[in-house]
Design a protein around this ligand. Structure first.
Ligand SMILES: *Cc1c(COP(=O)(O)O)cnc(C)c1O
Length: 380
């Protein structure tokens, strides 16, 4: 028998009571019961996003939400500024190119966060830039970019919008959509929202709606204005992913009961204990600055293949984490602590990593990481 643990940066574990809620007979998407549930979900999504604007629900993975955040706001030939500090930054770049934008790129070395002054300079140099695209948490490197600082730079600009991929950030750490001037914020169901994959969410500021009025790119399914008008009546334009929304209804109730401040404090504590645990075990962290509280990227030690760590974790110990992507393949491994995660997920992860790395022949100090994590997790 093998017990399985899902500690990947998405999909993440779903609480059993949410799975049960989704196991109820399927509702019809125009039935009054569903309309009632979706109405409450819409209100609670605003609470989660810390916005007064509508949060639009789409049936897709997070990338569909990202695509809508390009196609609905840009016209071919429009200028876009992409902050590219990893695999997901690269995705913004590709999406903008597919939709015919003229892309200016700020390349950030993987493991670093963007210097907001560089963004300010680029916008000063070219005030015709329509939109800036960034990740709040770049899951390929485990780094959090300072989107609050970018909001301060972009908010005073008359027309330029700030578009934030918050897929691995929303529900893990503080993102004050309205207050910070985050014009478009995208997230997905399968990260900190503790649901299976299949839903994307997009919030849109008034400034961004004004830009969307002028956007000439083609779109059909991911037409945010059409969805906004439909969802204002608690109806989706097309068939809703009803069971996922029933699950989301329960998730949002749970999150509200915990409260945003407690949710963020929990993630912060888990992230801190995970990082300190890895360090105490004699390992080093991949981020050079600003580590994300949603996941931890750890360097494979000298002579150890990062892919082997990921593989042994899964095959020998039943733990699904993640390896590195592109040039980081074999160099790092990544473990998430977002969503349905508590202190023992951290203990399991640190303990298993110690055992795996020792097993791979690296002289790790067994138990040191676990001890450090335990001490931090006992403190309230
Ligand atoms: C998971 C993730 C996405 C979305 O990926 P999908 O596979 O399309 O759900 C986008 N951005 C970041 C930062 C992510 O972690």
């Amino acid at each position: 028998m093998r017990k399985r643990y899902l500690l990947a940066p998405g999909p993440t574990p779903v609480p059993p009571e949410i799975l049960l809620a989704m196991a109820h007979p399927v509702l019809h998407h125009r039935a009054p019961e569903f309309v009632e549930i979706f109405g409450q979900v819409r209100e609670n999504l605003k609470w989660l996003f810390q916005t007064r604007e509508d949060v639009i629900t789409l049936v897709s993975s997070g990338t569909g939400g990202m695509e809508s955040a390009v196609s609905n706001f840009l016209s071919p030939g429009d200028k876009a500024l992409v902050i590219n500090g990893g695999k997901f930054g690269e995705r913004w770049l590709k999406l903008c190119q597919v939709y015919g934008a003229k892309v200016e790129e700020i390349k950030v070395e993987w493991g670093h966060a963007v210097d907001s002054q560089k963004v300010a300079q680029a916008l000063k140099k070219d005030p015709t830039i329509k939109a800036v695209y960034i990740q709040a948490s770049e899951s390929s490197t485990g780094v959090a970019h300072d989107v609050k600082a970018l909001g301060q730079i972009i908010k005073p600009l008359g027309e330029t919008i700030l578009v934030v991929d918050a897929v691995s950030a929303m529900g893990a750490f503080d993102l004050q959509t309205d207050e910070w001037g985050l014009d478009v914020v995208v997230t997905g169901s399968q990260k900190a929202l503790m649901l299976p994959p299949g839903l994307a969410f997009v919030s849109v500021s008034q400034k961004a709606w004004r830009l969307s009025e002028k956007a000439k790119n083609t779109k059909f399914y991911f037409n945010l204005k059409k969805e906004r008008d439909s969802q204002a009546k608690n109806q989706t334009a097309y068939t809703a992913a009803v069971s996922l929304i029933v699950g989301l209804h329960e998730v949002l109730k749970q999150l509200k009961a915990e409260g945003l401040a407690n949710i963020f404090a929990r993630h912060k504590q888990l992230a801190h204990a995970m990082r300190q645990g890895m360090l105490a075990a004699g390992l080093t962290l991949f981020p050079k600055e600003s580590p994300s509280d949603a996941l931890t990227a750890v360097n494979a030690p000298e002579g150890v293949d990062g892919q082997a760590v990921y593989k042994v974790l899964r095959e020998k110990y039943g733990i699904t984490a993640a390896g590195g992507q592109d040039h980081l393949k074999g160099k790092i491994f990544r473990i998430a602590h977002m969503g349905y995660a508590d202190l023992f997920d951290v203990i399991i992860a640190v303990s298993a990593v110690e055992m795996v790395i020792k097993g791979l022949g690296y002289p790790i100090k067994m138990g040191e990481g676990v001890r450090a994590a335990e001490e931090l997790l006992m403190k309230k």
